[in-house]
Ligand binder design. Sequence first.
Ligand code: DSN
Length: 425
Amino acid sequence: MKSKNLSHLERIKRQIEQEIKEQNAWRSECINLIASENIMSKICERAYVSDFMHRYAEGEPYKRYYQGTKYIDDIESIAQELMGELLHTSFTDVRPISGTIANYAALSAFTKPCDAVFSLATAAGGHISHNPVGAPGVLGLDVHCYPFDNEIFNIDIDKATREIIETKPKVLILGASLFLFPHPVEEIKSIAEEVGAVVMYDAAHVLGLIMGGEFQNPIREGADIITSSTHKTFPGPQGGLVATNHADYFKGLKRGVFPRLTSNHHLHRLPALALTALEFLNYGEAYAKQTVKNAKTLAEECYSLGLPVICEHLGFTKSHQVVMDVKKLGISSKEAVENLERANIITNKNLLPWDTIKQVHDPSGIRFGVQEMTRFGMKESEMRVIAEFLKNIILDKEDPEKVKEDVVEFRREFQEVKYGFNGER
Ligand code: DSN
């Protein structure tokens, strides 16, 4: 019996080891177009695995509740300083272990149960942590959705103004997961001043574009606080941050982060975060520029091939994202993304502002992000090749296994991370 159990355990162990190998090999042959992911450079990957992953360091650098923290104190301070320099914020806390935790921490700092907040509905791009299913719901907040204007693919500021003045919310949340165009930060800030609300900008998707000077800088436009993850267009380890230029707000944010929402803050990601920030100080502008250029090229090329890319009248996109409304052509987004996956092209089906939440399992949209392929050195000409692959699968309904052969061949040339210490631009 004992030996039977042991061989069973051994089989599971081998399965896990094998699946890690297969994941690594498979993803190196895929075109990853998930808009919320990215890849670290090899130097950062190596820095990610260290003794720090076994340790605790509750508290702030040099003011901990634990002994044994002298090295992480230095590294965490460097990470805070570099991320603040890139974001132009005087106060930055890199302890949130994710963007969602950062949002929880911020909302917990500026609201109490039953307070009203405004955010975008999930279908209009709002993240789950902006909505009743996530942080605001758990905190007992009264969540109002900004009216959304499908024509400008943005908040309808006139209607929003009226609703905000009437409701008097405590926090106005900006930023989104479906994020093609800058949000009206200046306008929202002026309404916030009228009603005494805090403007919170969730920069997760566009953090690298902001830092690289290619997207609105929310702090300069009037946002009071930034929350973010650190692994989308900013290609760091998975994690989060909160930042502000107001000393008073920072006190609340820090309390929200610790002790409210985190105990330990997963120390091993901080050396990798600091190193990615250093890479970004060197290469961030060029990377952000190429990312936005690539998104625009992918959108234009797809559109010219007959794919239903949205917002042509607005120039398609100003971020890393490209969005299609495949339902317009009677195509199921669920089937399309499954076929794309069979062809080694990874992306996700997505609700669009005109969808209802009931459509969540087969919504109208597909969302693409070019930031990871840009980091592997792809430029405009490669975006044109990717557009052809997308057409082959979505419109021409070619055999995904056949397309996959071409995808694997194409991807072979793009294996090294660029815009980092170990790569050329
Ligand atoms: N839900 C993720 C996204 O894909 O946008 C972000 O957390």
